[in-house]
Write a protein that binds this ligand. Structure first.
Ligand code: PMP
Length: 413
């Protein structure tokens, strides 16, 4: 007995016992039972190439991470009110990967919780509420995160833009004018952005963008928060953190998803100055945040990234992919852009200057039929996103591009 139920049974139980807005990928949902490296396996044993899951950062079920979790789970898992080597050893190792000055860590259980904490810090320190955020961005599912996530509050079921949220158009050329207009209408507690917009459609900022914004925000008395939940830990290849591509150093960095290879964890890392100013008497405590098992998983992730040269792999395979995708672009008239860094790439589909989400939906469903898992993103759902586990190799890149070319060239354009 594998303990697995048949797909129709799971679907039925899901309908009966979980909320209807718990969404699944694909029209006919996949039933995945096992993962390894950059492959996932369904209930029939069929293998899929995974080009989209960025949480199993060093590879699904990486043996070193699995062993670290198993070892620690068998010894101790409790909250942070007792001293434990694992937490402080991880915090020190994490600080060593960040630019000097970013050295104080708060460990949480998710990216949302970490963003929520970062907002609380900025609001406590400045005594203000306003947040300047990027249009189309997503920062998490808690109410405070939804309130700064245009992707949510402007979307289906969203309650509209809160009075305390001010949006910058996604990496617009006119940012200087936008900032000078904003400073007359809002005193920001913080500016928050991802270093490459994921839900915004894998959008890369133009050179100098964050420098311009950081200067304006700091001049207006606000703190600068970078949400590295998707772009951190070597994924962008040329740098360990996405914001380093822009040569800026934020006051607060938010981490999540890949941090512990799938074990629930998030983190906020800030300067000593921010940490001291935040210490206003109200304690910080998260029952599961920074538990010994999560810290063991996270420490193993840093070790594997180092041992297996995964940042360099992201750079190298990212370049291979980029080149192949640009070649495909020459043959497919509705690929309007190929962009990104390392293993964080986007392929934008448009026709006649208009987004082509139907081509995206066709592509991901056809690719799934061929055994390759992909997904779309962007406000118009017309950007194929590629952000696989960093174990992705040349054979995987070749398989992805060979199939993608076939599928896109066959599309009745
Ligand atoms: N920030 C970004 C950029 C994200 O992509 C996500 C999750 N998709 C979050 C925050 C929220 O993280 P979590 O789902 O772990 O709460």
């Amino acid at each position: 007995d594998t303990g697995q139920w048949a797909t129709p049974v799971i679907l039925e139980k899901r309908r009966s016992f979980t909320g209807p807005n718990l969404s699944t990928a694909y029209r006919a949902p996949l039933h995945i039972v096992r993962g390894f490296g950059h492959y996932l396996y369904d209930e029939t044993g069929r293998r899929y190439l995974d080009t989209v899951n960025n949480v199993p950062h060093v590879g699904h079920q990486h043996p070193e991470v699995v062993a670290a979790v198993q070892r620690q789970a068998g010894i101790l898992n409790t909250n942070t009110r007792y001293l434990h080597t694992g937490l402080v050893r991880y915090a020190e190792k994490l600080a060593a990967k960040l630019p000097q000055g970013l050295e104080v860590a708060y460990l949480t259980t998710s990216g949302s919780e970490a963003n929520e904490l970062a907002l609380r810090m900025a609001r406590t320190i400045t005594g203000r509420r306003d947040v300047w955020a990027m249009d189309h961005a997503y920062h998490g599912h808690t109410q405070a995160c939804i309130d700064i996530s245009a992707y949510k509050f402007k979307g289906k079921g969203g309650g509209g833009q809160p009075l305390s949220t001010f949006l910058l158009a996604a990496f617009s050329e006119g940012v200087v004018q936008e900032l000078s207009r904003l400073k007359h209408v809002s005193a920001p507690a913080a500016f928050i952005s991802e270093s490459i917009l994921s839900c915004g459609g894998q959008l890369v900022p133009p050179p100098g963008y964050f420098q311009t914004v950081f200067e304006a925000v700091r001049a207006a008395g606000g703190l600068c928060i970078m949400d590295e939940v998707q772009t951190g830990f070597g994924r962008v290849g040329e740098a360990f953190w996405g914001f380093e591509l822009q040569g800026v150093v934020p006051d607060i960095v938010v981490l999540g998803k890949p941090i512990a290879n799938g074990f629930p964890m998030g983190a906020v890392v800030c300067t000593r100055e921010v940490a001291e100013a935040f210490n206003n008497g109200m304690e910080f405590f998260s029952t599961f945040g920074g538990n010994p098992v999560a810290c063991a998983a996270a420490e193993a992730v840093l070790k594997v990234i180092e041992e297996e040269g995964l940042q360099e792999n992201a750079r190298k395979i990212g370049m291979v992919l980029r080149k192949r995708l640009e070649e495909i672009q020459q043959k497919v008239p509705f690929i309007s852009d190929v962009r990104g860094h390392g293993l964080f790439l986007g392929v934008e589909l448009s026709r006649g200057g208009q987004p082509a989400p139907e081509a995206g939906s066709y592509a991901i469903n056809e690719m799934r039929r061929l055994g390759v898992l992909m997904s779309t993103d962007g406000p118009a759902h017309n950007v194929l996103k590629i952000k696989p586990p960093l174990s992705f190799d040349e054979a995987a890149a070749d398989r992805l591009c060979t199939y993608l070319e076939k599928v896109l060239c066959a599309y009745p354009y």
